[in-house]
Ligand binder design. Structure first.
Ligand SMILES: Cc1cc2nc3c(=O)[nH]c(=O)nc-3n(C[C@H](O)[C@H](O)[C@H](O)COP(=O)(O)O)c2cc1C
Length: 366
């Protein structure tokens, strides 16, 4: 092994050679292409389920079936391209969340990451062992120690069980954020602050259930030195999104990736998403028009997000993100993390991981 210092990431009986999870990125930004490339390098590759069926021909008529079919197909495709660890990211706020969890488990996803909401009801399927295979691990994504406490208390009391790991996502992440606008720049909510708080909340559950429950840090992690820093602060691994957009294997169009390469620090803005959460995105004409009060009329035959205020939403976020994924940024926008302005060229996943590992080694030696 060339790199000796970086620890492995163990989630139950799963073992990733490097402690890097590629964050699930909907709509269509992380599919089988990116996820399998990351898994092939020893990390955990994650397919995002949000809006995954939007490119299916029958999506407007049968959205649940289209999502289900597309998710199953992407997991199967990923499996053909890698023997590594494949996860699926599912937003709890999706109206077909339960269906998608079931599909992910039936297709043999190694891990299900549950974000954008508190996963209190345990996915039934997660407790069922598939013959000859390991159980799918369930990992909630939280933005505070309080949220972690609510989930762990509820699962402990009602199911005598705990999640297999937890991702703590800080305010520098891309996409929807689990913070109010005021909290985003408040140092009390910085990842450096909330990570150790979540670690302390989890500790008694590790003791009580006599198992290790890794805590994974996310949001603004950009270099191998950052990975080292958060591992020193108590994380067992990191989840990174933005940096993986700047790779050839990322499933978004070239224009979407170019928007990252072109953007400047001041272009990264916080928007009010129709989902009812703030989100971080790259400023463009579409978003300027929306904040000036322009409505982009749309029909919603199915409410894909439980929390979407369809009547008052100025645009359909699913359509806007699908347009952006395909490269039509006039009719949509790109979600991006606070460090997206640092992406200056598109490289391969292999090159990216090698760079991160070299940087980690350097940081660990100083
Ligand atoms: C384009 C984009 C789409 C995202 N979509 C999702 C999503 O569907 N579900 C989710 O839980 N997180 C989503 N995220 C968050 C990432 O999974 C990841 O946790 C986060 O971006 C980490 O911060 P970083 O981008 O600074 O590395 C998205 C992020 C980006 C940049």
């Amino acid at each position: 092994m060339r790199f000796t210092k970086i620890p492995k990431l163990r989630i139950g009986d799963l073992e990733a050679h490097i402690p890097i999870i590629q964050g699930g990125m909907g709509v269509g930004i992380s599919l089988s292409g990116l996820a399998s490339a990351v898994a092939n390098e020893g990390g955990i590759g994650v397919i995002a389920a949000a809006g995954i069926g939007m490119c299916e021909p029958d999506f407007s008529k049968h959205f649940k079936e289209a999502n289900n079919r597309a998710l199953r197909r992407e997991i199967q495709k990923a499996r053909e391209m890698t023997t590594g660890i494949i996860g699926v990211n599912i937003m709890v706020a999706l109206s077909d969340c339960d269906d998608l969890v079931q599909a992910a488990v039936e297709e043999g996803a190694d891990v299900v990451f549950l974000g954008a909401g508190l996963p209190l009801r345990i996915p039934k399927t997660s407790l069922v062992n598939r013959p000859g295979k390991v159980t799918t691990k369930v990992v909630p994504i939280v933005s505070s120690a309080r949220a972690a406490k609510v989930i762990f208390q509820y699962w402990g009391k009602n199911y005598n069980h705990t999640p297999d790991a937890v991702v703590v996502e800080g305010p520098l992440a891309g996409g929807h954020l689990g913070f109010t606008k005021e909290q985003i720049n408040n140092p009390n909510h910085a990842l450096e602050k909330i990570l150790p708080e979540v670690v302390s909340v989890i500790k008694p559950y590790e003791q009580h259930f006599n198992k290790s429950i890794p805590v994974i840090a996310a949001g603004g992690i950009y270099t191998g030195a950052d990975i080292h820093k958060f591992i020193q602060l108590g994380a067992q691994g990191v989840q990174m999104g933005t940096r993986f957009v700047g790779t050839h294997e990322c499933d978004a169009s070239k224009d979407f990736k170019e928007a990252y390469v072109r953007c400047k620090k001041e272009d990264l803005v916080i928007i009010d998403s129709p989902v009812g959460l703030p989100g971080r995105a790259i400023q463009n004409r579409f978003l300027e028009e929306v904040s000036a009060g322009t409505k982009k009329p749309f029909k919603c035959p199915w409410k894909c997000l439980k929390t979407c205020d369809v009547e008052n939403a100025p645009y359909c976020i699913g359509v806007a993100l699908t347009n952006a994924k395909k490269g039509n940024l006039q009719k949509g926008f790109a979600f991006a993390g606070a460090n997206a302005y640092r992406v200056d060229k598109i490289i391969s996943v292999k090159e990216l991981i090698e760079t991160l590992l070299e940087e980690y080694e350097k940081a660990a030696c100083t």
